[in-house]
Design a protein around this ligand. Structure first.
Ligand SMILES: Cc1cc2nc3c(=O)[nH]c(=O)nc-3n(C[C@H](O)[C@H](O)[C@H](O)COP(=O)(O)OP(=O)(O)OC[C@H]3O[C@@H](n4cnc5c(N)ncnc54)[C@H](O)[C@@H]3O)c2cc1C
Length: 589
């Protein structure tokens, strides 16, 4: 079973992603390493001892819908209660509403552990935290006073209602309606699908954040507003009042994360004889809902990236343990008697090392993104702008690369198990099933790649990404000039990868500047992987220079996996024309 890798996580936070220098410079006030270590240690204990044991029963039983009420699997409601009683929901929440305001880095590190232990559990609080951030930034003082404290503590949970049957990636097609009621509130009508934890038994109230259109709203994304719609109306004294006209009409039967209810939500249909119209309140300005929701989505994108890292970590642990137990065949490196544990076979070692290295690169990228968010929060002026750009650049990498490798690593883990990997009892297949949603929700990975190329490469007039590449090159340069033994051809491999990255970046920037967006978009997904692998290699090198025990894995990555970068560069630069030509053959008249 999963054991939280607290030391690995602490090392990556401090020595790879920049937390130690920020702490030493006093950037996080009086927060010190002792408290960081204590929080990580306790989160690791809770994830290992309390969350992980409920994973398998949650996967098998799943959430159940009866009479518009959803029951989570046995023990999950009590687990959630212990989790909020431990203060975990409030870890990074705003202090003014009872949060501990600890850095995002610590919040996402803890999130990794909850998700490794049970991804279907970790996803729920992610949405609450996103709702907290959106309300804190955009809501009126009245709404904040009424809802934030209970959302920060976890007493109530939040949801995010964007998707409709005809509006997935393209929210311009959204149809849900909002009508002003004349008393400052609105009535919401429409159907939302795929709403995570839209209905459940964890909390007494559920606070839905819902995108809808006002009657006179312009068409497209400029006509979307954001509303807060509680399951139960809340009195001025904070007490729960009447049931609102919103209910769950169906639960999806899905590939993985079975314990996480994925709900069809009906707004304003006269639930239980109510006068039709779900009562809601505007968050932010009319028609600016998408900008408000983006606050929530950016946060959620990094959090979903952590799910990729989390499942990869859990799958890797399981596969390494199995490879040390299972015996088959002979291996030159095995000197014991009988058949060799399969961990001695070079091909199995390749699989396991690939799993380990990809997990560590994705963790380093994601924590670096969290670091940039933290630094933007504690800085001002040009420095804050720099860190905001960095967080914006790294968010699509953290989301898409981490969730892609989550699937890859879980698949390799299944492979290491052989036939029993395909059998549910082993548990390796469950990781694979769970991991598969993360590249899809919170903006598909294809949409992340488009965001990277069209909106993030132009940051800082196109210079920000080159500043980042120069920082990665400095990490590679440190390998070349260090006295540390065992790096083999790491420095050369990193130089080559970063050269390819610079070339592919300039190429895409030129295409975008010339308005050749289709050609640029043809290379977007290979480019996202390219920059992530090159950055990941540099981060592994930085870690290996700080802890020589990490040199072998860094060298393995550089000499075995980094070569993919050159093929990706070719795909970015030479792939568009053939893609467009062959693409035509797919389109039916
Ligand atoms: C388990 C689960 C939980 C979810 N939770 C929530 C939730 O809590 N709240 C919520 O609002 N939604 C939720 N969703 C919905 C999820 O965010 C959407 O499924 C996702 O955004 C993709 O939308 P779609 O399914 O309509 O796919 P589509 O938008 O139809 O996309 C289909 C394919 O086309 C590609 N594509 C689409 N447009 C473009 C484009 N312009 N350029 C290039 N490629 C494109 C996509 O990348 C994808 O591969 C959830 C979904 C699932 C399955």
């Amino acid at each position: 079973m999963y054991r939280a890798p607290v030391e690995d996580i602490a090392f990556t936070l401090k020595h790879v992603a920049g937390m130690k220098s920020a702490l030493d410079a006093g950037r996080f006030g009086d927060l010190g390493e002792d408290l960081v270590d204590a929080v990580l240690g306790e989160a690791g204990r809770f994830a290992t001892e309390e969350v992980a044991p409920l994973y398998t029963s949650g996967d098998r039983r799943g959430a159940v819908l009866k009479d518009a009420a959803v029951t989570t699997p046995p023990g999950w409601k009590e687990l959630y209660r212990r989790w909020i009683d431990g203060g975990w929901n409030a870890l990074s929440g705003p202090e003014a509403y009872g949060g501990q305001a600890l850095p995002t880095m610590l919040g996402v590190a803890a999130l990794e552990m909850w998700n490794s232990a049970a991804m279907a559990f970790g996803i729920g609080p992610t949405l609450t935290m996103g709702a907290v951030e959106a309300l804190d930034k955009h809501a009126s003082d009245d709404l904040k006073a009424k809802y934030l404290e209970k959302l920060v503590s976890g007493e109530w949970m939040g949801t995010m209602n964007l998707t409709e049957p005809q509006a997935g990636s393209d929210l311009a097609a959204l149809r849900a309606r909002a009508e002003p009621a004349g008393d400052g509130s609105y009535r919401i009508f429409g159907q939302k699908i795929f709403i995570t934890y839209g209905e459940h038994d964890f909390t007494d109230n559920i606070i839905h954040l819902v995108l809808a259109r006002l009657p006179d709203a312009p068409a497209g994304t400029r006509g979307i507003s954001l509303f807060l719609v509680p399951k139960f109306l809340v009195g001025d004294d904070g007490a729960l009042g009447v049931r609102n006209d919103v209910f769950c009409s169906g639960l999806e039967h899905k590939l993985g994360i079975h314990a996480s209810p994925t709900c069809t939500m009906i707004y304003g249909d006269g639930f239980q004889g109510a006068k039709p119209g779900a009562v809601g309140w505007l968050i932010g300005e009319e028609n600016e809902g998408l900008a408000c929701m983006f606050t929530m989505m950016n946060n959620a994108r990094l959090c979903v990236g952590m799910q990729g890292v989390a499942v990869a970590e859990a799958a890797t642990q399981k596969a390494i343990a199995y490879a040390n137990e299972r015996r088959q065949g002979k291996a030159a490196s095995y000197t014991g008697t009988g058949m060799a544990p399969i961990v001695h076979h070079p091909d199995v070692q390749r699989n396991l090392l690939t799993m380990k290295a990809l997990t560590q690169t994705a963790r380093a990228i994601s924590y670096s993104c969290a670091h940039a968010i933290d630094m933007a929060r504690v800085s001002a002026g040009d420095e804050a702008a720099h860190w905001r750009d960095r967080a914006n650049l790294l968010t699509p990498l953290a989301k898409a690369f981490s969730t892609d490798i989550g699937v890859e690593v879980a698949s390799l883990g299944l492979q290491v198990h052989g036939g029993v990997g395909f059998i549910e009892e082993t548990g390796a297949a469950a990781f694979y099933r769970d991991a598969r949603i993360a590249p899809i929700y919170e903006g598909t990975n294809g949409i992340q790649a488009i965001d990277l190329v069209m909106r993030k490469l132009p940051l800082g007039g196109g210079d920000h990404v080159h500043g980042y590449i120069a920082e990665l090159a400095a990490m590679a340069g440190a390998v070349r000039t260090s006295n540390v033994q065992g790096f083999g051809r790491t420095a050369d491999a990193l130089d080559a990868a970063l050269g390819d990255l610079g070339e592919a970046t300039r190429f895409l920037q030129k295409l975008a500047a010339e308005g050749r967006s289709d050609e640029a978009l043809a290379g977007a997904t290979p480019y996202l992987r390219l920059i992530s692998l090159a950055a990941g290699g540099a981060y592994l090198a930085r870690g290996a220079l700080a802890d020589q025990g990490r040199v072998p894995l860094c060298r393995f990555f550089a000499e075995n996996l980094l070569g993919e970068v050159s093929a990706l560069r070719a795909r970015v630069i030479d792939g568009a024309e053939s893609l467009a030509a062959a693409g035509k053959t797919l389109v039916s008249a």
